[in-house]
Design a protein around this ligand. Structure first.
Ligand code: AMP
Length: 421
C-alpha cells in the first residue's frame, strides 16, 4: 500500500534540524526575557470573523489563503494565518489593558496559509512575533525593529537589510490614496489582473506587486511620505531619530506597504537577499486602529513577526548557526545475562544523575556494541565483563583520548563527571 505522506507545504521537524530549532527558540526566549516580553499562547484556531475584521476583507490572506471550515457545531472556524489578531483578541478578552501599560507579549508557533508552496513558503510555517499594546511611543516602534535585529545578530546573521516606511493614518492616507489612484488610472489597463481587481478598493496594495509591468507603471508614483499629516510626520521623524541614536541601520523605502489592512504609521520589513523570491525574514509595524476594529477601546499598538523557517534558511546559507552535536556521555557495553541486568541498573543510575547514558537493545555482539557506541560518538564506553563484575569493577574507555582503565563500579559516575569537566 502506498504510504501516506505529510500534506503539501508542511514538514516534520526532527533530528539535527530540530536541534537547530531548539537552539533558535532558546535565543528567542532569552532575548524576550531581557526585553521584558511575556509569552502568550493562543489557540491554533479562532472564529473566522476575527481575521476578516482584523486582517481586512481585501487582503490576499482573507480572500484566498485561509484554512476555513465549519465545525460540527456549525461555527465558521479558521486556522490562524497570523498572530496579531489572536493576541489582540486575548488582550481584550482578559482585560489586559487594565493592568500596567504597555503590555508586552510574544508568541512562537505554527501559522497556516493556503499558499503555493516553494522554497521558503509553506502552508504550515512558524512565526515568532511580539506585540506591544497600549502606547504610541515611537521608541516602541524602534524596539520592535531593534529586537529582531539583535536576534539576527546574536544568531550570527549578517546580510540582512531593514526597510522602513510610514503609511500614515486614516487622516492623511485618503488624500494619498486619491492621488495614487489618479496617477495609476491612465495605466490600469497595462497592469496585472490582481492589481486591476484591487485598484478601487485598496490601491496602496498595488505598490507591493512583484509583476515587472506593474512595477514600471509605479516607478514614478507619488509616495506616501510626501502626504503624511503633521502628527504622522513627527512620529516618523522620531522613529528615525531613535534608530539613528541606537545605531540601527535601515533604508527608507517609500513604496513599502504591508499585506494587512490594520497597519498605521510605521511599517518595516527585514529582507535577506540570499533567499530568492521569498526573501522577507521578518516584518511588522504599528496598528493603532486594530484594537478598536475588533471591538476594544482605541489602543495604540505595534508589533512584528519573524518567519522561523526563513530565518533558519538564511542562517543555514551563511553556515553560522550549527548547534553543537549531541552525544551520549556514556555507552555501556555488556555480555548479556547478569551483565545486562547490571548494565541496565547502572544506565538508569547515570541518567538519574543527569548523564546521558545508553546501552544496546538489539542483543548485539560486543564488537557491534562498540561500533554502535562509536556511531553515537559516545564520550565514554563502559565495558561490563563478567570477570570484572565479580571484582565490582568495569573497564572505562575514554573515547576522546583513546585511553582505558579499570574503575570500581561504585565510582564510575564520579569518573565520568570529573572527566567531563
Ligand atoms: P507576515 O505575517 O505576512 O507579515 O509575515 C511575517 C513573516 O512570516 C514573513 O516575513 C516571513 O518570514 C514569514 N512568512 C509569511 N508567510 C510565510 C509562509 N507561507 N511560509 C513561510 N514563512 C512565511
Amino acid at each position: 500500500m502506498a504510504l501516506t505522506t505529510s500534506p503539501r507545504g508542511t514538514a516534520d521537524i526532527f533530528g539535527s534540524n530540530l536541534e537547530t530549532w531548539l537552539k533558535l527558540e532558546g535565543y528567542i526566549r532569552d532575548i524576550c526575557r531581557t526585553y521584558g516580553y511575556q509569552e502568550l499562547r493562543t489557540p491554533m484556531f479562532e472564529h473566522t470573523e476575527l481575521f476578516q475584521r482584523g486582517i481586512g476583507e481585501t487582503t490576499d490572506i482573507v480572500e484566498k489563503e485561509m484554512y476555513t471550515f465549519t465545525d460540527r457545531g456549525g461555527r465558521s472556524i479558521t486556522l490562524r494565518p497570523e498572530g496579531t489578531a489572536p493576541v489582540v483578541r486575548a488582550f481584550l478578552e482578559h482585560n489586559m489593558g487594565q493592568g500596567p501599560l504597555p503590555v508586552k507579549l510574544f508568541y512562537l508557533g505554527p501559522m497556516f496559509r493556503y499558499e503555493r508552496p516553494q522554497a521558503g513558503r509553506y502552508r504550515q510555517f512558524h512565526q515568532f512575533g511580539l506585540e506591544v499594546l497600549g502606547s504610541a511611543d515611537p521608541l516602541l516602534d524602534v524596539e520592535t525593529i531593534l529586537l529582531p535585529v539583535e536576534l539576527y545578530k546574536t544568531c550570527g546573521l549578517e546580510g540582512f537589510v531593514v526597510e522602513l516606511n510610514s503609511i500614515g493614518c486614516p487622516e492623511c492616507r485618503p488624500r494619498y490614496r486619491d492621488e495614487l489612484k489618479e496617477y495609476i488610472r491612465p495605466h490600469i489597463g497595462e497592469m496585472c489582473s490582481s492589481c486591476q481587481a484591487r485598484f478601487e478598493r485598496n490601491p496602496m496594495r498595488l505598490l507591493d506587486c512583484k509583476n515587472e509591468g506593474c512595477r514600471k507603471v509605479l516607478a514614478g508614483a507619488p509616495v506616501i511620505t510626501d502626504y503624511l499629516c503633521p502628527g504622522c510626520a513627527e512620529h516618523f521623524a522620531q522613529v528615525r531619530s531613535y534608530l539613528d541614536v541606537l545605531e540601527v541601520e535601515y533604508v527608507l523605502n517609500p513604496k513599502l506597504v504591508r499585506g494587512f489592512d490594520y497597519y498605521t504609521r510605521t511599517v518595516f520589513e527585514v529582507t535577506f537577499a540570499g533567499l530568492g523570491a521569498q526573501n522577507a525574514i521578518g516584518a511588522g509595524g504599528r496598528y493603532d486602529g486594530l484594537i478598536e476594529e475588533v471591538g476594544g477601546s482605541p489602543t495604540p499598538a505595534v508589533g512584528f513577526a519573524v518567519g522561523v523557517e526563513r530565518l533558519l534558511l538564511a542562517l543555514e546559507s551563511e553556515g553560522s548557526f550549527a548547534p553543537e552535536a549531541r552525544r551520549p556521555d556514556a555507552f555501556i557495553v555488556q555480555f548479556g545475562g547478569e551483565t545486562k541486568v547490571r548494565a541496565a541498573k547502572l544506565m538508569y543510575e547515570l541518567r538519574r544523575a543527569g548523564l546521558h547514558a545508553e546501552m544496546d537493545h538489539l542483543s548485539r555482539s560486543v564488537r557491534a556494541q562498540m561500533k554502535a557506541a562509536n556511531r553515537l560518538n559516545a564520550r565514554w564506553v563502559l565495558i561490563l565483563g563478567e570477570e570484572e563484575l565479580l571484582a565490582g569493577q568495569a573497564k572505562l574507555k575514554d573515547m576522546d583520548r583513546g585511553t582505558e582503565e579499570l574503575v570500581d563500579l561504585a565510582v564510575v559516575r564520579q569518573h565520568i563527571q570529573v572527566g567531563e569537566e
